[in-house]
Write a protein that binds this ligand. Structure first.
Ligand SMILES: [Zn+2]
Length: 200
């Protein structure tokens, strides 16, 4: 069942990894790979890879029906649409009609259905659990995000060459970096060197 904990470990193709919390599960999903220049970051190679991603917390949607090749294609279409929509909103650009249509189309499928366990203190997803439903749940979350109060908190990492996008859910709303351990520290280091250069 959903918890509020978002974030995943991202791997750099050159080696190395860091924890990135996009602030919303749909935005975390947008960072599972991509097209073109982002194809090297692909993590969803096979339908089963999508099933594994969805089975992890906080969604914890363990598929009871194996993910199909068609669902994997739909997942990548949704992922691109979420990515495009998030960047458009971060840059205060209008969203493309096609992007909106994709998110709406995938959200129109039946979502995951919550179900209380027999002890009535925990919950999971009512079977059958299919990827199509999980994708609908992600698309619906993106609709809520874009149309809700946190929409204005969707930002790109402040680093010049970092395309990662997140929603700042912190109370002060001053988040600038994808991850402190990645771009934040690099920035601090550069600022420190610049200060030292001025002093010496
Ligand atoms: Zn960054």
């Amino acid at each position: 069942m959903r918890t509020n904990a978002t974030g995943r470990v991202l791997h750099d193709p050159k080696g190395g990894s860091f924890r990135f919390d996009a602030g919303a599960l749909c935005l975390d999903f947008a960072h599972t790979g991509g097209e073109g220049q982002y194809a090297i970051f692909e993590t969803l190679h096979e339908p089963a890879d999508l099933g594994e991603w969805l089975a992890q917390p906080p969604l914890a949607a363990v598929m009871t029906v194996p993910v199909t090749a068609h669902e994997l294609t739909t997942a990548k279409t949704l992922r691109q649409a979420i990515w495009d929509a998030a960047h458009a909103r971060a840059e205060r650009r209008p969203l493309h009609a096609g992007t909106v249509a994709i998110i709406n189309r995938i959200a129109a499928a039946a979502p995951l259905i919550p179900a209380l366990a027999a002890d009535a203190t925990t919950a999971g997803w009512a079977p059958p659990v299919r990827a199509t439903q999980a994708l609908s749940t992600l698309a619906r979350e993106m609709i809520e995000l874009l149309s809700g109060p946190l929409s204005e908190r969707i930002r790109e990492c402040a680093s010049d060459n970092c395309p990662l996008v997140f929603v700042d859910t912190s109370r002060p709303g001053a988040r600038r970096w994808c991850a402190m351990e990645r771009c934040g520290n690099r920035h601090k280091l550069r600022a420190l060197r610049a200060r030292q250069a001025t002093v010496s």
